[in-house]
Design a protein around this ligand. Structure first.
Ligand code: FE
Length: 358
């Protein structure tokens, strides 16, 4: 994933890029970005023996895998990276003339939207349905999770005992007054978390919880998970909610950081999980090859590497996580279908706005 990691268009400049062969007719949001993208891309058309991927997941996380695939199969893969919004706008604008065979995004909400917008085609694959658990893929088989990201509680080991923690909902309790840090509600990760809560708890209880979180904030919401954890480490607050791979990155940089992860909701629905994943485009020119790549990514070493490179969890339960990730302990994940992250996203955004969560 991660525009946060290193993401910029510069990061993907070079020979691994594709551009559409037809003229571009775009309207609406993201067009400026799409046009900017097209200006920096060399004019290249897809050859018969290569695949073209549009990816929200960062180059550093996908290129090593694509290189390995090329080595193994002889199939070349070219890709562009950008945020999900511009990539989706581009696919819609290109329509039938798109050179893209596969779309990779982070967050099920983005994949759900791509499917809703009609740019993905169903894939009936016994390999994929066997490798990827049902709650991590589209019930209509238009996209499949390839890695799992857990959004869990992080706390100060100096000021909080794990015995003080239980659930996401409990972070709304008065005992956390002025002790909670949150990332902005504008980030899709929190929209997905609240969307899943809506599905589990209903609108009234979810609104009560989110209002409670806002009441407990020690400071304004942060732009990203890393800043949030740095605030906890600095003593600005005691507890927060983050994706575990950001914790993993911080731990690599600062092995002695006085923070730890906690797995909430283990006696109820489980830890909120989301995915990064992929779908074959509706107008893929190399559909069979794109399905093969997707299947390859869903199993074995490729599946492990896809998760490990960003310290995430493999979506395929047969594949073990990286030892650094496994060291955080095992947990029960929420097995509600991640589609909910998309289908209730608008409702979640409204709820957070009404609750004063900025
Ligand atoms: Fe991220």
């Amino acid at each position: 994933m991660s525009r946060e990691l290193a993401g910029s268009l510069d990061a993907c400049a070079g020979r691994h890029q594709a551009r559409p062969r037809g003229p571009f007719f775009g309207t609406g949001r993201g067009v400026a970005s799409v046009l900017a993208l097209m200006l920096v891309l060399p004019a290249v058309s897809a050859r018969a023996d290569e695949l073209i991927v549009y990816s929200e997941r960062n180059e550093s996380l996908i290129k090593p895998l694509f290189d390995a695939y090329t080595k193994e199969t002889g199939v070349d893969i070219r890709f562009i990276t950008d945020q999900a919004g511009p990539l989706l706008e581009r696919l819609k604008a290109e329509g039938e003339s798109t050179p893209a065979d596969l779309l990779i995004t982070v967050d099920a909400g983005n994949l759900w939207l791509a499917a809703q917008e009609g740019v993905l085609a169903p894939v009936e694959s016994e390999t994929l349905t066997a490798n990827i658990p049902a709650h991590l893929r589209d019930p209509g088989n238009r996209w499949f999770g390839l890695s799992v990201r857990a959004r869990t509680i992080v706390y100060s080991t100096e000021r909080v005992s794990p015995g003080d923690l239980t659930t996401y909902e409990d972070l709304a309790a008065p005992k956390w007054k002025h002790r909670l840090c949150l990332r902005t509600s504008k980030k899709v990760y929190n929209q997905s978390l609240v969307a899943m809560m809506l599905e589990r708890l209903g609108p009234e209880e979810t609104a009560r919880v989110v209002r409670g979180w806002v009441n407990n904030l020690a400071t304004e919401p942060f732009a990203n998970d890393t800043k949030l954890m740095e605030a906890i480490a600095a003593g600005q607050c005691d507890v927060g909610i983050v994706n575990t791979y950001y914790f993993g990155r911080l731990q690599r940089e600062k092995p002695n950081v006085k923070l730890a992860l906690f797995w909430p909701n283990q006696d109820s629905n489980g830890v909120h999980v989301n995915i990064s994943g992929a779908g074959v485009t509706r107008y893929a020119k190399h559909r069979a090859e794109a399905v093969k790549l997707l299947e390859w990514l869903s199993a074995g070493e490729a599946q492990g590497a896809f998760a490990d490179m960003n310290l995430e969890y493999p979506a395929n339960p047969q594949v073990q996580p990286d030892p650094a990730v496994a060291a955080w302990g095992s947990f029960k994940p929420d097995t509600i279908n991640v589609t909910v992250a998309g289908s209730r996203q608008a409702e979640a955004v409204m709820l957070m706005d009404r609750a004063g969560y900025r």
